[in-house]
Design a protein around this ligand. Structure first.
Ligand SMILES: [Zn+2]
Ligand SMILES: [Zn+2]
Length: 292
């Protein structure tokens, strides 16, 4: 016997791929209906014999979500065959915005796939990763309410965005070489420095001891190698300020003591900055001298 209902899901349900997740579960359990972003909640109309299984799956949510409540109410609304993702509504704008999510392993693999659409593209992302907090201007979370609104999707990105079988189905940050933001290298006067590969050129400048301001989606990062960190501190006039350190995977254990909890934090999808204890308190003092 078919069951039906209106399901309201609240919590961190914006920017975590909730709608494509619901769509995929509806296909899996043969559910008819729709899903819609209402700002502070996701509203689902559902009908089907496996309604209960669908509800249980939806209640678990995609990996980056946090479900605070799931309410099911009876509905007499018409629920047509098939399942659709509806255009976002304009409910109350009190939903929680998720943090930026570090690039996922699948997207890293895309960047290093020779001949692929995303080969070498720095802003590659998908429904499971990419900026959120930094780019969302308003919720509901849709591309036109993010700082990506000035980069209309090319046909290839539009195709992936609309493909229920793609990892980029309804990924609001989808972008590629053709349609997405590009990179430029500028000198300190703001004049473009001609070069074919700004990332490679920037890396060479860092290796040579230069201090760079790297502009990303969330603002500027000042960057340099350890040998230049004293110079950066003196220019900033903040001699005591510790700097965040970027290291290759596996190297961190050579310079810091990492507990299990700290390692889990470092390796979590958000990849946050984590404060660690230096192995040798007197070492790397130009980066941080909080131990001495
Ligand atoms: Zn990804
Ligand atoms: Zn594109």
């Amino acid at each position: 016997m078919q069951k039906r209902g209106r399901i309201s899901v609240r919590g961190i349900v914006q920017g975590v791929g909730f709608r494509p997740f619901v769509y995929a579960r509806a296909c899996e359990f043969g559910i008819a209906g729709s899903v819609k972003n209402l700002g502070s909640e996701v509203e689902i109309y559902a009908r089907g014999e496996r309604f209960t299984e669908f509800l249980a799956a939806v209640s678990r949510g995609p990996p980056m979500s946090r479900i605070d409540s799931v309410d099911v109410t009876e509905t007499t609304a018409d629920i047509a065959d098939g399942f659709v993702i509806k255009k976002s509504g304009t409910g109350s704008f009190s939903g929680m915005i998720p943090p930026d999510i570090a690039i996922c392993d699948d997207c890293i693999a895309d960047i290093f796939t020779p001949g692929g659409r995303y080969e070498g593209y720095w802003a590659t992302s998908c429904v499971n990763c990419g900026p959120r907090y930094s780019i969302i201007q308003e919720i509901p979370y849709d591309r036109e309410r993010t700082s990506m609104d000035t980069f209309p999707m090319c046909p290839a990105c539009g195709g992936e965005y609309g493909d229920p079988h793609s990892r980029r189905h309804h990924a609001q940050t989808i972008a590629c070489h053709t349609c997405g933001p590009g990179l430029r290298l500028m000198d300190k006067t703001g004049t473009d420095v001609p070069c074919s590969d700004p990332i490679r050129e920037a890396a060479a400048l860092l290796d040579a001891g230069k201090i760079l301001a790297i502009r990303g989606v969330g603002g500027f990062h000042l960057a340099c190698i350890e040998e230049s960190s004293g110079e950066l501190k003196s220019r900033l006039g903040r001699i005591e300020q510790p700097f965040a350190v970027m290291v290759r995977p596996g190297f961190i254990d050579q310079i810091a003591l990492v507990s299990q909890d700290e390692r889990e934090l470092l390796e979590s999808p958000v990849h946050p900055i984590v404060v660690l204890e230096k192995r040798d308190h007197a070492s790397h003092h130009t980066i941080s001298n909080l131990h001495t």
